[in-house]
Each structure stands twice: as structure tokens, then as C-alpha cells.
Design a binder for this molecule. Structure first.
Ligand SMILES: Nc1ncnc2c1ncn2[C@@H]1O[C@H](COP(=O)(O)OP(=O)(O)OP(=O)(O)O)[C@@H](O)[C@H]1O
Length: 260
């Protein structure tokens, strides 16, 4: 299957018994075959939006479509839209090899050789149960599952946060190399903005459930530049934070700057 585009239209979501909108009237398009960063502060709604995009949550209102089709519980899309986080389905108490077999059976584009290459690069012992892997090894396993699945849409929701610097570098390098050979639509949700910045074609910034910036990564960076060099995406996030209602964070950052 070719890479899929995603259209999100006026999407709103709140959790049961929590009336506040966690995703609030979001609209944007993700181009097929692009790498998009889903960025924002803790609790801004990234994971919720990512799960809505993967069809794992039903919108309160609005829609998410992949190549024009609604994603929620759509059997035709389930195998092609892959959401990977630290709650992805694995057999915790069986050898890791079993989880790889499960994913291979359910992902039509699974590449076993690529999976084996990643197992070696990440140093994952597939004879161990996932519950016996270290935090970083477990994160690497999730990353591996997402990469080797080669789904037309793959959403990595902060899978790499538990990895050490070398494993993260392996993840980014392998992701880019494999994406170049097998183009697909990738979404990366992350706090480690500086590390993933160079990978991104486009960005979506969230704040309190709202999309406060989105579009081509360089266009967004240039909108936040004061002339000269392009602003880093972290600067964009900081500027957004300053302009949003997070007065306590602002006060701490401002005090730090006054001491410099
Ligand atoms: N199952 C749930 N029930 C009720 N509220 C929830 C649930 N999951 C998340 N929330 C709330 O929704 C908001 C957004 O959470 P979400 O996990 O989507 O944010 P995030 O940007 O991914 O955060 P982080 O970067 O810290 O992982 C938070 O206020 C959170 O407390």
C-alpha cells in the first residue's frame, strides 16, 4: 500500500467523566510520505491526538480520515495504521520472540531481516520476557516493532524516551534510512525536540488541546526567527509557552534568564 495522508477536521475529544476538551477543535492535514513532529508540553494532548489519529479513540466530534476513510474501527485500515507507544500490545510474560511473531502475523509489511538487524543493533535478548528487559531495552523493542512493521502510517508516541543516547541515535538513523528506502507517513511525538528536529518535514504544536502552530517545519521556524538563522523548534515551543497561560513556568524561566 502507498503512504496514506491523514485529514483531521474540527476534531474534539474529552475523556468520559472529564468534561474538559483534551483535543479542542483540531484541524490539519498530514501529507502522505511525510515525517511530522507532534510537539508540545506535558499534558498538552499529544498522546490523545495520536490515538485518535490511529483510530484507537472515538472522537467526541469531528473526524479523522486516512485517504478519505474514517480511521475509527476501520478493519481495512487497522493493519496499515500503526500506533506505537509504551502501551503497544506485547506478551509481557512470554519470551520476546513471541511478541515479534504476533506482530509479524498481523503486519502485512513486516520485514524479518530488518527486525533481526534492529534486535542486534539495540541489543535485545529475544529469549527474555519483555517484563525482564531493562526500561531502555523495552523502549527499543517498541521502536523496533514500529519500524519493522513498515505500516503506511506509523505513529511513534514517545517510544524513544527510555533509550540511552546511542540507542536513540540508532533509532533516528535507522528510521531515516528505512523511510528513504520505503517511504511512508511517519508521525513522531516527542519532548526531545532538538534531537528529532532535522528529521521533520512538518510540525504540529499543541497547547492545552489546541493546535497552536502547524505546517512545513522550515516555514514555522522562519515565522519565529528574528532574522538571521532559522529559529529552532524548541524556541518555537518556548515562545508558545510564553504566550500561553502558563504563568508559573514563565516566571521560573524569566528568573533564570535574569540570573544569566
Ligand atoms: N484516560 C484518561 N482519562 C482522563 N484524562 C486523561 C486520560 N488520559 C489523559 N488524560 C488527560 O488528558 C490531558 C492530555 O493528556 P495526553 O496524555 O494526551 O498529553 P501528552 O501531551 O501526551 O502528555 P505527555 O507529554 O506528558 O505524555 C492531560 O490533562 C491528561 O491528564
Amino acid at each position: 500500500m502507498n503512504p496514506l495522508g491523514i485529514d483531521v477536521a474540527d476534531l474534539t475529544f474529552h475523556y468520559e467523566r472529564h468534561p474538559q476538551n483534551v483535543v479542542d477543535h483540531a484541524s490539519f492535514r498530514i501529507e502522505p510520505g511525510s515525517i511530522t513532529g507532534l510537539l508540545g508540553r506535558n499534558g498538552s494532548g499529544k498522546s490523545t491526538l495520536a490515538m485518535l489519529m490511529a483510530g484507537l479513540l472515538y472522537p467526541t466530534s469531528g473526524s479523522v480520515r486516512a485517504n478519505g476513510q474514517p480511521v475509527y474501527e476501520n478493519p481495512g485500515l487497522m493493519a496499515n495504521v500503526c500506533y506505537v507507544s509504551d502501551s503497544a500490545p506485547i506478551f509481557e510474560d512470554e519470551k520476546t520472540r513471541r511478541t515479534l511473531e504476533l506482530w509479524e502475523a498481523s503486519r502485512p509489511n513486516w520485514d524479518r531481516d530488518y527486525a533481526n538487524e534492529l534486535i542486534e543493533a539495540f541489543g535485545i535478548d529475544v529469549k527474555k520476557k519483555p517484563s525482564r528487559l531493562s526500561r531502555g531495552q523495552l523502549s527499543s523493542l517498541y521502536a523496533l516493532l514500529g519500524l519493522a512493521s513498515r505500516c503506511p502510517v506509523t505513529i511513534f508516541d514517545e517510544v524513544h524516551l527510555g533509550m540511552d543516547a546511542v540507542a536513540r541515535e540508532v533509532f533516528y538513523t535507522s528510521l531515516l534510512a528505512d523511510y528513504t528506502k520505503h517511504p511512508r507517513t511517519l508521525v513522531l511525538s516527542s519532548h526531545l525536540i532538538e534531537e528529532i528536529e532535522s528529521l521533520l518535514d512538518s510540525v504540529i504544536f499543541m497547547d492545552n488541546g489546541r493546535i497552536v502552530e502547524s505546517g512545513d517545519a522550515d516555514d514555522v521556524r522562519s515565522r519565529y526567527s528574528d532574522g538571521g538563522e532559522l529559529a529552532h523548534l524548541t524556541d518555537v515551543l518556548l515562545k508558545m509557552t510564553f504566550s500561553s497561560n502558563t504563568a508559573a513556568a514563565y516566571r521560573i524561566l524569566q528568573k533564570g534568564r535574569d540570573h544569566e
